[in-house]
Design a protein around this ligand. Structure first.
Ligand code: ADP
Length: 291
């Protein structure tokens, strides 16, 4: 896997204005995602996951900060660049199968559609659509419409659609949210195969523990910030050798302590910090920090 930064966010902020109220959905995200990574984004509802995905997908514009995807500066894209970015650089798979596919088109026609919009000649579209549907294991269902496919099959067609224009970034928002565990496994394996064989960078928003347990990086969000990160390291045979959980320290040195730690130590508004030789001690206000 290359370690080339592909997505760079610096102090990314998104504020929604609703009537007179401001909702700060992203409170300054710093995040680097390397080219070819496959990662999961997790966190409670309302923590900002969809907002971040919509920004990465060019569907929403940030309020402040910086965000680059490849050569694109997402804060300064013109309308025309935004259309090209969405069409060529990024593919989407949504949780609701109905949002991914047009119901009156066959699987093959659904996969051909983004290529037609991008002006690819008919023969090449047909060939590529067939190849992609074979890759997702649906070579025998080319002419089926979505209502004749199971939920899991529809999601795999959706992955083929998302890969039609050879994007470098694939965004999947709860792709296994509406299917059983066997179909979820096939969807995950399909995403994994495109990541491995085509080098597409994959970001999956998920509540599905079996998905987040199988990617090398899991970024946790809380209150519009990235709060935790799990990194798994693999041995040379590809098996997971270790998994470490980290708290994220932002650019100005802020770090979120897990709620359970705060409660366990009775830390509320302030804590004492002590620099030790090889670590930092965090103590409740009252505690003797010389111990
Ligand atoms: P998640 O995907 O983690 O559930 P979201 O990104 O959807 O979180 O939401 C983050 C915050 O932004 C929430 O407080 C949500 O209510 C708010 N929010 C999201 N989209 C909008 C919008 N279009 N208008 C106003 N507030 C929004």
């Amino acid at each position: 896997m290359s370690t080339q930064p592909f997505i760079t966010c610096e102090n990314l902020v998104k504020i929604y204005k609703v009537a007179d109220l401001e909702v700060v959905a992203l409170q300054g995200i710093d995040l680097i995602i390397n080219s070819g990574e496959m990662m999961a984004l997790v966190g409670p509802s309302g923590s900002g996951k969809s907002t971040l995905m919509n920004i990465f997908g060019g569907l929403d514009t940030p309020t402040a900060g910086r965000v680059y995807v490849g050569d694109y500066n997402l804060l300064e894209m013109t309308r025309r660049e935004q259309v090209i970015y969405r069409r060529r650089e990024v593919g989407f798979v949504w949780q609701q199968t109905a949002r991914n596919l047009l119901p009156y088109l066959s699987a093959r026609e659904n996969v051909e559609l983004p290529m037609a919009l991008d002006g690819l000649p008919a023969r090449q579209r047909r060939e590529r659509a067939q190849m992609l549907l074979e890759q997702v294991g649906l070579g025998g269902r080319l002419n089926h419409r979505p209502d004749r496919l199971s939920g899991g099959e529809q999601q795999r067609v959706a992955i083929a659609v998302s890969m039609a224009n050879k994007p470098r970034l694939l965004l999947a928002d709860e792709p296994t949210g509406e299917v059983d565990s066997e179909a979820a496994e096939q969807i995950f394996s399909t995403l994994r195969a495109f990541n491995r064989d085509h080098g597409v960078t994959v970001i999956i928003v998920t509540h599905d523990g079996s998905v987040s347990a199988r990617v090398d990086r899991v970024v946790g969000m809380r209150d519009g910030r990235t709060s935790t990160e799990i990194l798994r390291r693999r041995a040379s045979d590809g098996q997971i050798a270790s998994a470490d959980e980290y708290a994220i320290v932002d650019r100005v040195g802020r770090l979120q302590l897990p709620q359970a730690y705060l409660e366990s130590l009775g830390i509320a508004e302030r804590a004492r910090l002590k620099l030790r030789e090889d670590h930092v001690g965090v103590y409740p206000d009252e505690q003797d920090t010389h111990a």
